[in-house]
Structures are given as structure tokens and as C-alpha cells.
Design a protein around this ligand. Structure first.
Ligand code: PHE
Length: 468
């Protein structure tokens, strides 16, 4: 499609809001704290920050830029920028599959957040004083996790909302809402972190998150940090290519990529600062796994003045953050069928949305049934020489975040770094910003993309499977 006919963001703020909405999500508030807890804190956080800076940001610039250049989603972008029949298209296709897989279990976790909105609004998380009452707060998660019906219902509810938004094409409305809700999320998190700073476990939490305990870091942990830097920035599957494709020529891509990455990282660190003081103050386990945020935050809410209000606000904002990310996942999958296969938007979104919903059912059943218990992911982990994984849900997350996203990112880095014509690349990067004209910056980015990011990805993968 020529630039004249493709719809574009009304303003650059539209792009920033959508991209930040995609990036900030369950990855920041649910996943980052729990994997930080599982990997022993400090050293893991440092590796994660290095991955964001050296791999994530350069690839983010690359993705947004490729999208803007091609004015197409991932498959079309790789297809259009290379000769017919070129295998580069496969990188885009991998992204579509990855988006499909991620949304299938992402929706289950978002469903938990919705369930917690109800629990919170009913006053479940308030006025706990005795140790028994406090323990009972945490037990809500175990009950939800093991309940197949509730998990499936909430998963269906969340997918239905996501499908409705993407069909109606009202993403723009959702993004506008993000203009209010994103700052609200930051304010609430900051307030919770300030509250957490008054707790006795604050010191231990800070040294857990920021102290360097290298002995706790494993090869698998490094892979997880790398994978998460892709997951949290929505990289490696084409979401940023798709969003970049709606940019106009005069819009710059570099400064915004930094803003989005910085915001995303800030939210993740703030979430840890709110969560871990609570964990240590109440003698809870940092390595509690996927239930961490659903157990620890309510425990604190239950003892705060106005706890129900804070709890409701927190889980509403968590649900909303998940929604803006889910919309971007479904958009990538659906737009492949719309742009490349000529399906109508309602048909593509409905068919793929329902397919994702069905594919997600085993994830929704993972906590409560033996059937989707350890077999699947132990098999995957075993094949990759690792002992890991508990169930289908875990196995999919492991495969998608730690392997599929980094592989997609590797493809993008090699493509944008080596395959694109240098003159074109540089000229296009100079539009809407000075970046392309500042030689050291441009070359720094280029060599991060060409050499540093690919080598880091390959080394971390080889190390994780024990070949290094
Ligand atoms: N970045 C989102 C989050 O942190 C998840 C996501 C991954 C969204 C990949 C789009 C693509 O929750």
C-alpha cells in the first residue's frame, strides 16, 4: 500500500501511546517481579538491564524503522523489502505464530487480574489482622489457580473483550484512555512503593533487587533475562513493526524508542520496589512463581487504610495494561490475514481470536488438572537439555519468551543491520529526527544491531542449552 492510502496516527502521541500500551503490561507487573524472585534478584536484574540497553533498544529502533519504511506489518514488511520468494518473510511469519502463542496464555493471566478486580471490589482484601486472616488472603490465589471453570470463564471473557476492541477498530479509543490510565498506573505504583518503603522489609528488598548476588545467577537465568527483555518491550514478533508502519515520513523513531523503553523499565523496577518489601516484611517467598503479585499485593492491601480502594484500583489498572498489550498481539496476528490474505477485518479477528481462545484452554486448565501438568513442558525442557517447567502454561511461556521472541529479534537485527541498503537506511533514519545525521550515534546503533545483539542472542542460547 502506498503511503497515501495507509491510515496513519493522528499525531506522534498516538504512536507513543499505542507502543507504550503494548510494552507496559503483565510483563512488567506480573512476570518481571516473579522471575526476578525466582532468579535470586540483583544479578538477574543487572543482566536484564544490560539486555534492554544493548539488545532491546537497538532492536526496537530497528523494528519501528522497518515498519515505517515498509508501511506494512511484519510479513508484508519483510516481503516488500526483499525480492519475491526471499526467505526473510519467514521471520515475519515466526512473529505471527509467536503472537498467537503468547496471547493464548497471556489472556489466562489477564483473566486472573479481572477476577481480582471483583474480589477487591467486594472488600475481600481489607481488614486482615490476625496471622490466619492474612494467610487467608494469599489462599485466594491457590483457589483460583486450581479452579478450571473460573480460569476458563475469565479467559473467555478477556479474549471476548480483546476481540471486540480489535474488530471495532477502536484501538484508538483504548489508546486515548491510556493517556489517563498509564499515568494513573505510574502514580498508583509510586504510591505503593512509597508505602512499601515504610515497611520493615524494605532494606532487604532493595538489597535483593539491586544488590549483586552473582552466585544466584544461572545460564537459564541469563536466557530468561534476555527473553524477558524482548517480551516486556513487545519485540521479536512484529508488534513494533506493525505500529511503526502507521508512522508518517516526518515522524522520528529513535527518541520515541528510548522513551518507550525507559518508561517500560521504570514501571518494571517500580513494581519490584512495591512488591518485594511486602514479600520480606510478611515472611513470604520471593520465588513463589506466577502467583507472586496476586498473593503479595493483596496481603499488603489488606492492612492498608482504604485497602479495598487501592486493591480495586491496582487490579483495574493491571487489567487495562494487559488489554492494551493483548490488543497489539491480536492485531499482529489478524493483520497478517487482512493484509496478506485479503480477509475482512471482522472475519480475520473473529476467526483468529477464537482460535487463540481455544488454544489457550489448556493453559487455563494448567493449574487445576493433571492432564496439562508436567508432561508437555518437561518434554520441551528435556529436549533443550534443561530441567524446567511445570505445565502447559509454563512450557508455552518458556518456549515463546525465551526462544521464539529472541529468534525473531535475531532475524530482525540481521535484516535491518545487514540486508537493508545503507544509503536508504540512513536517509530514512534522518527523517523526523537528527539521529541519522549524527554519525557516531548512527554507527553505534548500527554495530549494536549488526554484531552485539546477534552475538549476545546466539551466545546466551548456546550457553542455555549447555553447548558453551
Ligand atoms: N510487552 C507486553 C507485556 O509486557 C507483552 C507483549 C509481548 C505484547 C509481545 C506484545 C508482544 O506485558
Amino acid at each position: 500500500m502506498s503511503e497515501g492510502t495507509r491510515s496513519h496516527w493522528g499525531s506522534k502521541a498516538g504512536f507513543v501511546l499505542a507502543a507504550a500500551g503494548s510494552a507496559v503490561g503483565l510483563g512488567n507487573l506480573w512476570k518481571f517481579p516473579y522471575i526476578t524472585g525466582e532468579n535470586g534478584g540483583g544479578a538477574f536484574v543487572l543482566v536484564y538491564l544490560a539486555c534492554i540497553l544493548l539488545v532491546g533498544v537497538p532492536i526496537m529502533v530497528g523494528e519501528v524503522f522497518v515498519g515505517k519504511l515498509a508501511q506494512k506489518g511484519p510479513v508484508g514488511a519483510f516481503g516488500d523489502l526483499t525480492p519475491r520468494g526471499s526467505p526473510w518473510k519467514l521471520v515475519g511469519a515466526l512473529g505471527v505464530v509467536t503472537g498467537f502463542v503468547i496471547l493464548s496464555y497471556y489472556s489466562v493471566v489477564a483473566g486472573w487480574a479481572m477476577h481480582y478486580v471483583l474480589l477487591a471490589a467486594r472488600g475481600t482484601f481489607s481488614g486482615a489482622d490476625t496471622p490466619e486472616e492474612i494467610a487467608a488472603i494469599g489462599a485466594h490465589f491457590g483457589a483460583l489457580y486450581a479452579d478450571p471453570t473460573l480460569n476458563v470463564l475469565w479467559h473467555v471473557a478477556f479474549m471476548a473483550i480483546t476481540i471486540a476492541i480489535v474488530i471495532a477498530g477502536v484501538q484508538k479509543g483504548v489508546e486515548r484512555a491510556g493517556r489517563v490510565l498509564m499515568p494513573a498506573l505510574l502514580v498508583v505504583l509510586a504510591a505503593l512503593a512509597a508505602y512499601a518503603a515504610t515497611l520493615s522489609g524494605f532494606g532487604r528488598a532493595v538489597s535483593f533487587v539491586f544488590g549483586l548476588h552473582t552466585e544466584d545467577l544461572t545460564g537459564a537465568g541469563v536466557l530468561e533475562a534476555l527473553g524477558h527483555s524482548f517480551f516486556t518491550l513487545s519485540l521479536g514478533m512484529g508488534a513494533m513493526i506493525t505500529y511503526g508502519s502507521y508512522l508518517r515520513r516526518e515522524d522520528g523513531v529513535v527518541a520515541t524508542s528510548f522513551v518507550i523503553s525507559g518508561l517500560d523499565t521504570g514501571v518494571a523496577l517500580l513494581a519490584c520496589l512495591a512488591l518485594f518489601p511486602i514479600t520480606f516484611t510478611y515472611g513470604m517467598e520471593p520465588a513463589a512463581g506466577p502467583g507472586l503479585v496476586f498473593v503479595n499485593m493483596p496481603t499488603a492491601f489488606a492492612q492498608m487504610p482504604g485497602g479495598s480502594v487501592w486493591a480495586t484500583l491496582f487490579f483495574v489498572l493491571l487489567t487495562f495494561a494487559a488489554l492494551t498489550s493483548a490488543v497489539s498481539l491480536l492485531e499482529v496476528v489478524a493483520s497478517y490475514f487482512i493484509d496478506e490474505l485479503g480477509w475482512s477485518r471482522p472475519r480475520a479477528v473473529a476467526v483468529l481470536g477464537v482460535a487463540i481462545l481455544l488454544f489457550g484452554i489448556p493453559s487455563a486448565l494448567s493449574g487445576g488438572t493433571e492432564l496439562f501438568g508436567s508432561g508437555f513442558s518437561t518434554a520441551i525442557a528435556g529436549a533443550l537439555g534443561q530441567e524446567r517447567g511445570k505445565n502447559w502454561f509454563d512450557g508455552l511461556d518458556y518456549l515463546a519468551s525465551n526462544w521464539m521472541l529472541p529468534l525473531g529479534g535475531l532475524g530482525l537485527a540481521l535484516f535491518a543491520g545487514w540486508r537493508l541498503d545503507d544509503v536508504k537506511r540512513r536517509a530514512a533514519l534522518s527523517e523526523g529526527g537528527t539521529f541519522g545525521r549524527i554519525v557516531p550515534l548512527y554507527l553505534g546503533w548500527l554495530w549494536l544491531l549488526r554484531i552485539v545483539a546477534p552475538i549476545a542472542i546466539v551466545l546466551v542460547m548456546l550457553h542455555a542449552i549447555g553447548l558453551l
